[in-house]
Design a protein around this ligand. Structure first.
Ligand code: PMV
Length: 335
């Protein structure tokens, strides 16, 4: 075992106000600000070890060695960490070493459950610690952003806002309230857990081809301000309307992009209709969907059991997973 080893844990996050489209694709500087909640119970645990015996980076996900684009993306990310060590330390052995990365999720990757968010947040924390870097939360959030935009929001804890920022230095996420501020739950209706055909990196790249994106981006700061106030005031009714509107605006952009990105399946729409009906009849619940067919149904903790029960009997819903607000990404071990 080398001295350059660390393990970190991170939670995925569900965006209440969505990030879709970049001003700078390479640096993942977003077109609009976003707001999310970390999801406790769904976890990624990642161990990174820089090893002088390795001739290239190795990436193992869920016990399977990954090559091709998956490995390239992780390697490019590790290059940023290696570069940082040579900036910070006068002589840095780590800057020339390859790493072994072992990552495990306790939920299905690639199905709109934000595994890239928790994945790159855990990787940022583990890889920087393994390399001997001591980065602040803002620096870790910036680093995670380079792997996946939404990963910057899985670094701080609880309810998290990512302001667009002017450049690489100023684009990072901060907590607006800790996880115990509000017992909000995310009951996820899993409709399809296959890896999606078009990932979010390609999706962001075509967002500007939709004639609706400019209007979505221009009005996002207003929705964010409404959602922030609703979270701070624990006002579910105010939050529900703006969360559903914002998710539908993002999917309107996706559906009108070139090429068309249609993540919804029939059961996705069935769940959305059901949730609207439940809310009209007095059950506090609202629906939001990321880049996949699964529906995240948000509700106060008191309504969580009832929401899960009702979701389970909707045809096409294969499984229901419940999560509450989660804390920050953190180290588990760094010998
Ligand atoms: O971080 P990415 O590149 O996987 O993009 C995430 C985009 C959405 O999940 C659809 C929205 C969001 O803000 O999380």
């Amino acid at each position: 075992m080398s001295n350059w080893k660390a393990t970190a844990q991170a939670f995925p996050n569900i965006a209440l106000i969505k990030y879709w489209g970049n001003r700078d694709q390479a640096l993942r500087l977003p077109s609009n600000p976003s707001l999310s909640m970390n999801l406790a119970g769904l976890t990624t645990i990642t161990t990174v070890e820089f090893d002088p015996a390795l001739k290239q980076d190795v990436f193992v996900l869920g016990g399977r060695e990954i090559g091709g684009q998956g490995l390239e993306r992780v390697s490019r990310f590790l290059d940023q960490v290696r570069m940082k060590t040579s900036e910070v330390f006068e002589t840095s052995e780590v800057s020339t070493l390859f790493a072994h990365v072992d990552s495990r999720n306790n939920f299905p990757p690639g199905a709109g459950l934000a595994s890239s968010a928790s994945g790159f947040a855990a990787l940022a924390v583990a890889a920087s610690a393994a390399a001997g870097l001591q980065l602040s939360e803002a620096e870790l959030s910036r680093l995670a952003r380079l792997g996946s935009g939404s990963a910057c929001r899985s670094v701080p804890g609880g309810f998290v806002e990512w302001a667009v920022g002017a450049d690489d230095r100023s684009s990072y996420a901060c907590s607006i309230a800790p996880a115990d501020h509000w017992d909000l739950c995310d009951i996820v209706a899993l409709i399809d857990v296959e890896h999606k055909a078009v990932g979010s990196t390609e999706g962001h790249a075509v967002a500007d081809t939709s004639p609706l994106q400019a209007a979505r981006v221009a009005t996002a700061p207003d929705r964010l301000a409404q959602a922030r106030s609703a979270v701070l005031a624990r006002d579910f009714a105010a939050l529900a309307d703006v969360v559903e509107l914002d998710s539908l605006m993002m999917h309107a952009v996706m559906i009108t992009s070139s090429p068309v990105l249609m993540y919804w399946q029939p059961a996705t729409i069935a769940v959305m209709h059901a949730v609207r009906q439940w809310r009209a009849n007095g059950l506090a619940a609202c629906a939001t969907i990321d880049a996949g067919p699964n529906v995240h149904v948000l509700c106060p903790a008191e309504a969580a059991d009832e929401v899960a029960l009702r979701l389970r009997v909707i045809p096409g819903v294969r499984q229901v997973i419940s999560a509450r607000a989660g804390g920050p990404a953190h180290l588990i071990s760094n010998p």
